[in-house]
Design a protein around this ligand. Structure first.
Ligand SMILES: *Cc1c(COP(=O)(O)O)cnc(C)c1O
Length: 380
């Protein structure tokens, strides 16, 4: 079915976005130039991080964060089991071992710092805190824990650009040594494919910049501006660069990011108001978390997996698109990473949740349509 009454997500490209990309194409400079530099500066300002390095995807951002942190074979990296798989793949790219940990509960399905503490061994080197669905994880508690044990904290901010970690307005991506963001087409700030690494540490930022482009000591842009054409290669690097048209598009869309997040939050509030008394449907997180979240996705909880699967089928038949995230240790390539004592909250959340349509363009009528169908389906 492609003709959804309410699709899971939607993006709006403005005239200004189109013009920004056209201007870039007409400039004749297509990669690693002034638009990328301007976008990085604007992103650093927005996040409140001294350094922002754009890359080709959120996955590349996590990969370079792991490399910059010096993670490698023999190291353990603690990752929540309820997340998108890229959060854990990054550790494996560098030869480290992801150690899956649990989330707090289906009603607060972010990484559980107490479970992280239980899984620290002599080999643990880092923790990946995922701000899932846009809701900020408990990074201040994790910061303390990591400092106590000499661990690197990497924030996976792929779903949470603009989310606030406390009442001071401090944003995600500023607490860990490194933050990884995604500009994939479903994310709040989207350009198609793209990502970024944030850090307050100049040496880490330099390392990410170096590895992003073949570990070459000068860039095409440097050479274009008349700098020394000679360069050295000082490590095994990658081509994880973002190109200029995407930087132009990102810069244009960044101007509307706050409005987009506010619109998503208004939709989430409308959903919560209309769904709170629907029997058999629970709504995770509290009002405070809703204020801080940047709202990538809106999830509800059904009674169990069977009920959830039936619920999704019936919504689909009525034109409402939904999705859900399996727990990582239920994927065939991740079964070997399931800890002996299990991950009950991650499993229960994966089994029971269903993400309903959410985007910055969704209006109240669409919310009403979804809620009406939900009520019908659960017989309320
Ligand atoms: C989207 C996502 C990523 C990966 O980002 P890409 O840009 O798609 O590579 C990583 N972690 C989480 C939690 C994500 O949602």
């Amino acid at each position: 079915m492609t003709d959804w009454r309410v699709p899971l997500t939607d993006i709006e490209i403005s005239e200004q976005d189109v013009q920004a990309v056209l201007d870039c194409l007409e400039s004749g400079w297509l990669t690693m130039g002034p638009r990328t530099q301007a976008f990085e500066q604007a992103l650093a300002d927005y996040v409140g991080s001294p350094h922002a390095v754009t890359v080709s995807s959120g996955t590349a951002a996590l990969h370079l964060a792991c490399l910059a942190a010096g993670l490698g074979p023999g190291d353990e990296v603690i990752v929540p089991a309820f997340t998108f798989v890229a959060s854990a793949s990054a550790a494996r790219y560098v030869g480290a071992e992801p150690v899956l940990c649990d989330v707090r509960s289906p009603l607060d399905f972010n990484i559980d710092p107490d479970d992280v503490a239980r899984r620290i061994t002599r080999r643990t080197r880092a923790v990946v805190a995922v701000h899932f669905c846009g809701y900020p994880a408990a990074v201040l508690a994790l910061r303390e824990l990591c400092d106590e044990h000499g661990l690197v904290l990497i924030e996976d901010c792929a779903q949470a650009i603009g989310a606030r970690i406390d009442d001071t307005g401090r944003r995600v991506g500023t607490v860990g040594e490194l933050g990884a963001f995604s500009f994939f087409s479903k994310k709040q700030l989207c350009v198609g494919e793209g990502g970024m690494v944030t850090t307050a540490d100049e040496a880490l930022a330099g390392r990410v910049r170096l590895l992003r482009s073949h570990a070459m000591t000068s860039s095409t842009w440097d050479r274009h501006r008349g700098h020394d054409p000679a360069y050295d290669v000082v490590d095994v690097g990658f081509n994880f660069r973002l190109d200029e048209p995407r930087a132009a598009l990102g810069m244009s869309r960044l101007q509307r990011l706050q409005d987009g997040i506010a619109a998503r939050r208004a939709t989430v509030r409308a959903y919560r108001e209309r769904l709170h008394d629907v029997p058999g449907v629970e709504v995770p997180f509290d009002d405070e978390a809703v204020e801080r979240s940047s709202h990538f996705a809106f999830a509800v909880l059904l009674e169990d997996r069977q009920t959830r699967d039936r619920f999704r089928e019936e919504l689909k038949s009525k034109g409402i698109q939904t999705t859900w995230y399996p727990a990582l240790h239920t994927f065939s390539d991740y079964r070997g990473y399931a800890p002996a004592d299990g991950l009950p909250h991650a499993l229960e959340t994966a089994d029971r949740h269903c993400a309903l349509p959410l985007s910055s363009t969704m209006d109240e009528t669409a919310v009403d349509t979804v809620v009406e169908v939900v009520r019908e389906v659960v017989g309320a």
